[in-house]
Design a protein around this ligand. Structure first.
Ligand code: PLP
Length: 395
């Protein structure tokens, strides 16, 4: 039985997997079992923010693993406290954090905070949360219901009550009633097609919600940790959310999620918890990732690379106007909108043949989430291969 057969035999078929067997990686380059190189414009769906085989991260993980991996949240966890302090200081927001293990879990924490906020004198006064069509908030039953894509609610019901979907930001005020406690949005919809929200519209919404005492939850699971060029997309949009969630890029591949909130005393001991969340290993890894990226940002290199990458994609959108409608995104969260879903799949498959990895997203988008530390040479090589794929597809 080969590996592919083994996978098909023993692993549940939740993904339409590609059966390449990667053996190791170096920054934005992966090598398969025949030592063929692939340019990775996916970073494991926005996770491997400091690249593959990052020595500084690996050393931090090894060092921590030899001392303590896990001890439980019943005792002080040094790297957890350090990471929380670092994130609060870098964000500029007066908040506290809770650490979980994934994006969906971070969002569950955010929803629990909002629902507790809606309780007054132990009575549920407000519980409704407005989210957006095309949003994505995760795969647990509640996060799935928060996700405003009806196609994803076909099975698994009954779902928890209290989620209301808005077509767009402008529609949100008209959906508010006396039971509304929060609005939850992504500033750039990732899975929904790398769709940035308008900055002024977001700022106006934030102001409006503050007046109404309705919480603003920003799901930064994909946009957070320098993906857009700032620590948080909320910094870029110059807003002050009540609750922010993080996950993907935070641990550089080590599973970690976080919910941060200005409601510093919303939870009392026993209200929320996690066995694994915030353990020594994941918080030590995340601390190293955040420190590395902060230095990288301060050096000016992050912005340089982002601008360079954007130029390359804009050229492609122009040069291949018969396939693409437009170029979208911010920072290292970018997409090219294909003219059809059929084209979208063909582009991704053809790119794979040329050994460049890219992602699918909604609205027929071909999505690029490279490691934030990608080199200029890796960008050039990946773009060259991608162009070859497009030429073959159009000839
Ligand atoms: C990926 C993602 C999630 C879900 O994260 P998991 O770690 O897979 O649970 C939630 N929200 C957004 C915006 C995401 O991109």
């Amino acid at each position: 039985m080969n590996l592919k057969e083994m996978d098909l035999q023993y692993v549940l078929h939740t993904y339409a997997r590609n059966y390449v067997n990667f053996k190791y990686g170096k920054n934005a380059t992966l090598f398969d079992e025949e030592n063929k190189d692939y340019i990775d414009f996916t970073s494991g769906i926005g996770v491997v923010s400091v690249g593959h085989g990052n020595k500084r991260l690996a050393d931090a993980i090894c060092d921590q693993a030899k001392k303590i991996i896990h001890i439980s949240n019943l005792y002080l966890i040094e790297p957890q406290a350090l990471l929380a302090k670092r994130l609060v200081e870098l964000s500029g927001y007066d908040m506290r954090l809770f650490f979980a293990n994934s994006g969906a879990e971070a969002n569950e924490g955010a929803i629990k905070i909002a629902r507790k906020y809606g309780e007054v004198d132990d009575e549920i006064k407000r519980y409704k949360i407005i989210t957006l069509k095309h949003s994505f908030h995760g795969r647990t039953i509640t996060a799935l219901k928060a996700t405003g894509q009806e196609a994803m609610h076909t099975y698994f019901g009954p779902f928890p009550d209290g989620f209301v979907y808005a077509e767009n930001l402008e529609q949100i005020p008209s959906l508010i009633d006396e039971k509304t406690v929060a609005v939850m949005i992504e500033l750039i919809q990732g899975e929904g097609g790398v769709e940035p929200q308008d900055k002024v519209a977001v700022q106006e919404l934030a102001k409006f919600l503050k007046q109404k005492d309705i919480l603003l939850i920003v799901d930064e699971v994909q946009t957070g940790i320098y993906r857009t060029g700032e620590l948080l997309a909320s910094n870029l949009y110059e807003i002050e959310p009540d609750i922010i969630t993080l996950a993907k890029g935070l641990g550089g591949g080590v599973p970690i999620g976080a919910v941060m909130t200005r409601l510093k005393d919303i939870f009392k001991p026993g209200d929320h918890g996690s066995t694994f969340g915030g353990n020594y290993l994941s918080t030590r890894a995340a601390l190293e990732v955040v420190n590395m990226l902060e230095e990288y940002k301060a050096s000016g290199k992050l912005d340089q690379k982002m601008i360079y990458f954007e130029e390359k994609l804009k050229e492609i959108a122009k040069g291949f106007g018969d396939i693409f409608v437009k170029e979208v995104g911010i920072g290292f969260m970018r997409g090219l909108r294909a003219k059809s879903s059929k084209l979208q799949s063909q582009i991704i498959n053809k790119a794979f043949d040329k050994r460049v990895l890219i992602l699918k997203a909604g609205r027929n988008t071909v999505r690029f989430l490279p490691p934030l530390t990608i080199t200029k040479e890796e960008i050039d090589e990946g773009i060259e291969r991608f162009k070859e794929a497009l030429v073959e597809l159009t000839s």
